[in-house]
Design a protein around this ligand. Structure first.
Ligand SMILES: [Zn+2]
Length: 92
């Protein structure tokens, strides 16, 4: 899976539900370990969000390095409006 494809997939997740939906802790907060992605998969199952689940499963198959590369491109997949506070918090 290329980074470009992952960015596209992440955008679709934001279309499902605002701030990263079921993948909020990964896509917005940058918790990128296997256990964090597993948490998102379970959450997507609980919510019945197929798009979120599919993306989380895809992300689970990627290495930590790839997840980091994706998170570094937050500005490209984030489709909502970000408050100044969030921006400052992320730039720390
Ligand atoms: Zn969701």
């Amino acid at each position: 899976m290329s980074i470009t494809e992952l960015i596209e997939g992440a955008k679709q997740v934001y279309d499902v539900g605002g701030v990263g939906c079921c993948l909020h802790i990964v896509l917005d907060d940058g918790n990128l370990n296997d256990g964090d992605v597993d948490f998102c998969i379970r959450r997507a199952e609980d919510h019945g969000h197929e798009t979120c689940k599919k993306f989380a499963v895809r992300l689970r198959a990627e290495s930590l390095e790839v997840r980091e590369q994706l998170y570094e491109r937050y500005d490209e997949y984030y489709t909502g409006t970000e408050s100044l506070i969030q921006k400052l918090w992320r730039s720390k």
